[in-house]
Design a protein around this ligand. Structure first.
Ligand code: MD3
Ligand code: FE
Length: 201
């Protein structure tokens, strides 16, 4: 069942992943994070993100004083990123209709007061390729509005929800205002993992 939404090109499937699927996906994410540990990137201005990050796939999104970019290796370990789990590639195929696979999966971990300010995703080479997001753990208060500014809408993203950003929503301004702490028991200590699949290059 697909939910009605606020912005053309923003598609939301609430509860698409059931509890067993969420747990299986989280186990695969944890396994990947053993090879590619979560770290806290710096903004180009030198401030640490409140979100911790890692990546799966041929390319990973990183930020440091040099700027934002995609690169094939983990900035702390120098190792290649682990493969994108097959169940995520299947979801991409089933939901996006894009002819090729994603080559990047950003892993964001939100704990406590972590948030992400309003921004656009425009570091990818082909900005017509969709982005697919999967939420696990505590519900997030997500904000989304038009690319060129204007009214934003608040949407809750709960564990197992999947959303796709295509067409006019691909350059939407969006961010995470806050978590609803204690809303899920999927992550033992609380918190939220968001996975975003992208075609980076
Ligand atoms: C709308 N992540 O990683 S996911 C990001 O929950 C990011 O961690 C948020 O924004 C998170 O860049 C939001 C939903 C999402 C992801 C990508 C988008 C919304 C988007 C790209 C374009 C427009
Ligand atoms: Fe984003």
């Amino acid at each position: 069942r697909e939910a009605p939404t606020t912005l053309p090109g923003f598609r939301l499937w609430p509860g698409l992943l059931d509890g067993a699927e969420q747990a299986a996906l989280l186990a695969e994410v944890r396994q990947g994070l053993e090879t590619a540990p979560l770290y806290r990137p710096l903004t180009p201005g030198g401030r640490p993100f409140s979100v911790r990050m890692s990546n799966f796939g041929a390319l990973g999104w990183v930020s440091d004083r040099q700027g934002y970019r995609y690169q094939p290796t983990h900035p702390a370990t120098g190792a290649p990123w682990p493969a994108i789990p097959a169940r995520l590639l299947s979801l991409w195929d089933a939901l996006t209709g894009w002819p090729g696979p994603p080559d990047a999966c950003l892993v964001n971990l939100y704990q406590d007061a972590a948030k992400m300010g309003l921004h656009q995703d425009r570091d990818e080479r082909d900005l017509t390729a969709p982005v697919l997001s999967i939420s696990l753990g505590d519900t997030a208060v997500f904000r989304i509005g038009p690319a060129k500014g204007g009214a934003t809408a608040s949407v809750r993203l709960a564990s197992g929800d999947v959303c796709a950003l295509t067409g006019p929503a691909r350059l939407a301004r969006h961010g995470i205002d806050r978590l609803l702490t204690g809303s899920s028991r999927l992550l033992p200590g609380g918190g939220r993992v968001n996975l975003t699949l992208r075609v980076a290059s």
